[in-house]
Design a protein around this ligand. Structure first.
Ligand code: TYC
Length: 162
C-alpha cells in the first residue's frame, strides 16, 4: 500500500531531507528510436531512498587531575546521563583511559565536544573530549540476497544451532 502511495505521490513517506528522490527508469519496453515529442510520453517513476547520516562517538579521555565529581557532573549536564550512568562512564574512563558519552550526528557531536572543552577550560581542568567517526553497520536493506553458501557472514542471517 505504501509502495502504491509512493508511486502515485512521490513525496509520500519522506520523513526527512535525508530521503532523496531519485528518478528511476520506467519498466516500459523502449520502442526503437522513439524520442519524446508529439504523441509520445515519458513516464518516470521515483523511488525514495533513505540515506543514514554518518554518526560520531563522543569520547572522554582520562587524566590524572580532573576530579571525578567534575566528570560525573559533565556527563549529567551535557549528555543527559543519570547519576548512576554518569558514575559508570566516569569509572570506565578512569580505569580504561577512554569512555563513550554518546553517539550523535556530526554537528551535534562537535557541539558537545566544544561545550565540554569550554566548560573544563573555564574550570581549569585538563579534561579532554574528542569525537570519532563511527563505523557503519551494514544496512540490512542493502545486503545482497542470501547466497547459497550459508557460511558467508554477510548474508547468513540465521544463527547456527548451538
Ligand atoms: N582519573 C581522574 C582522577 O583520578 C578522574 C577522571 C575520570 C578524569 C574521567 C578524567 O575523563 C576523566 N581524578
Amino acid at each position: 500500500m505504501a509502495r502504491l502511495a509512493r508511486w502515485l505521490y512521490p513525496g509520500f513517506g519522506a520523513a526527512s531531507p535525508q530521503m532523496a528522490m531519485r528518478p528511476i527508469a520506467s519498466r516500459e519496453p523502449k520502442r526503437g528510436g522513439e524520442t519524446p515529442g508529439a504523441g509520445a510520453a515519458v513516464i518516470t517513476r521515483t523511488r525514495t531512498q533513505t540515506k543514514r547520516p554518518n554518526m560520531y562517538r563522543v569520547l572522554l579521555l582520562n587524566d590524572d587531575y580532573t576530579p571525578m565529581e567534575f566528570v560525573v557532573s559533565i556527563l549529567q549536564a551535557f549528555f543527559n546521563k543519570d547519576a548512576q550512568e554518569a558514575m559508570q562512564i566516569m569509572l570506565q574512563v578512569h580505569h580504561n583511559g577512554v569512555g563513550e558519552c554518546g553517539v550523535y550526528t556530526y554537528e551535534i557531536a562537535e557541539t558537545k565536544v566544544s561545550q565540554v572543552m569550554d566548560h573544563a577550560r573555564k574550570n581549569q581542568h585538563p579534561l579532554q573530549c574528542i569525537m570519532e567517526k563511527k563505523c557503519k553497520a551494514p544496512d540490512a536493506n542493502f545486503l545482497p540476497r542470501a547466497r547459497k553458501d550459508p557460511s558467508s557472514s554477510l548474508v547468513a542471517r540465521q544463527r547456527a544451532p548451538s
